[in-house]
Design a protein around this ligand. Sequence first.
Ligand code: OTU
Length: 654
Amino acid sequence: MDKRQSDRILSTVIDDLQGSDLKLDERFFSRLGAQFSTIAELLERLYGKSVEFESAVTQMLWRLAHSYEARPERMRLLDLQREQHPAWLQDSRHAAYMAYLDRFAGDLAGLEERIPYLRELGITIVHLMPFLKGPAGQSDGGYAVSNYREVEPAFGTMDDLRRVAEGLHDEGMLLEVDLVVNHTSDEHDWAVRARAGEKQYQEYFYMFDDRTIPDQFEQSMPEVFPDTSPGNFTYVSELDKWVMTVFNDFQWDLNYSNCDVLVDMTEILFFLANCGADIIRLDAVPFLWKRIGTNCQNQEEAHLILRIFHACARVVAPGIAFVAEAIVAPMEIVRYLGEGEYAGRECDTAYHATMMVLLWDALATGNTRAFHQGLSSIPETPPYTSWFTYIRCHDDIGLGYDDADLHAVGYDPSLHRAFMVAYYTGRFSGSVSRGAPFMANPKTGDARISGTSASLVGLEYAIEQGDEEEITKAINKLVLLYSICFSIGGIPIVYYGDELATLNDMSYLEDGDKLDDNRWMHRPVFDWAAAERRNSPDTVESRVFSRLQRLLQLRGSLPEFGSEIPASMIDLANESVLAYERRGGEKGSVVVAANISDRSQAVRLDGAYPAVNAWLDIVSCEAPQQFDDVLIIPAHGFYWLRPSHGEVECCEDY
Ligand code: OTU
């Protein structure tokens, strides 16, 4: 678009906005002025110079103005503070808890009562998975939304949500919510109207009169849920048409090549932000744009859409942050944090799915080679962006390695993936894991893994055997994985129930709406009686809860654990030990050394630290096991180390 045209659109809109009843201030207009050319240029790249282009830009600006006017004063203040302090989310104090609202706390009122529990654990970010109105029966755990502006009635109301957000803010905590941007449920008003024959709404989706175009798409489109929802299109009998449904057949993919969809979704985004959400998890973003002849993931246009969201947020709600839920190839994930001139101007955070799977890999093999190789291939994150680090979430564990990385460390990629599935589903000799294969696809040989962290590390097996030693071993493995997740850089996520070592829950098999989807085995109704046992010493719950709590508290007191500065990996001769340094603290670095194997390991940090011959483990406040300059790390043990100066040191500072 030439400058004259864009100036003309902007000045017309500004005149109209100023002449309207909307209460807008100088700040809005100056932010708009700063972002306008970006927004207009991105829209033009997406939609070309169509006849409607000018009206699309105008529409978008009006929606932004309405959203800004509706932004509550307290959220505007947070916006200002965060603009002043762009690393607001990267503080080491932050740790997230990810839960289904209903399964964790019943409803929004119940959640308010559970905040003290989360604070006790050391949580500052509460991520509620989808709680908006969805279909009765199957709703993919809420990831099929029927109304983006209404809470599922059984969980409360939008006002309850606003109150929860305020309550969290008063405690210095943050609210994270999901925005399911890629699809709606087939009961959403747009889908209902499309089904009733309204052409305007049929264009909100990918609808086709026959199989010609669907067949062209299918040639290169993988299947996300091949077991339960094979294919990517669903026949709509009322219309005698085919609609694109990449996920389940009741989740209709939105058609972002229609700019009305983008404009509407942008407004919904700010509606949620104005309810008090600080962080918005954008679900399934790789799928936002579809193109025949491709796998319909990670298309350039998906990035343009996210950049538009980001630029619009700078105008309306600069204090919100976006999380990219992009569980794709390692090199693709990092692109969602923006690149080139858009580095740091797309999503603010992204799930570190690569690290997640590499951690499970290291635990299965007792070896850190793939971990090092995999991480070293990932470019650094742009300034003011960070990873969300996690070991488990409500989804399956996908084995999304980069094949080249596996080759580089001497593995055959497909054999190695088969090993991982066999190992974590307990079919590999010696494995104590109790996961289950998810969506095994005989056509591709692909499979993912379901199961809770505790069952995957062998706790279920150990308890069944009544074997105390095995129980301790499983607990150590679980805490070890979390210790890395908390210390390696990024904002850590605790998946609900992991802090109590919750085992697989097979009750989903009795529920007709869930039994086809074994991800429900790791989505239990939270056991508050088990949570009580965190207060009884020696129970499994107290042993795990207290250690994670200690680590989170310690992490929060160490500014160098914030996600601004990445961990520097330390190369050790010992492949069973993962070691890295966190620099930048007042008292010097912290060195983390974690033994991922089931035997004690001896390491010398002297290559990296020739001058240090005594260490203090700041987790236990004791000296680590050490002979001369050799550190001994017990099986599945770890240390967070500072150089010790000889005198008896007290950890009260930590
Ligand atoms: C997400 O996951 C959600 O986390 C899932 O719970 C939903 O079922 C799904 O979207 C649909 O809304 O394929 O196996 O690259 O991997 O979006 C999980 C991203 C998924 C996809 C991811 C998706």
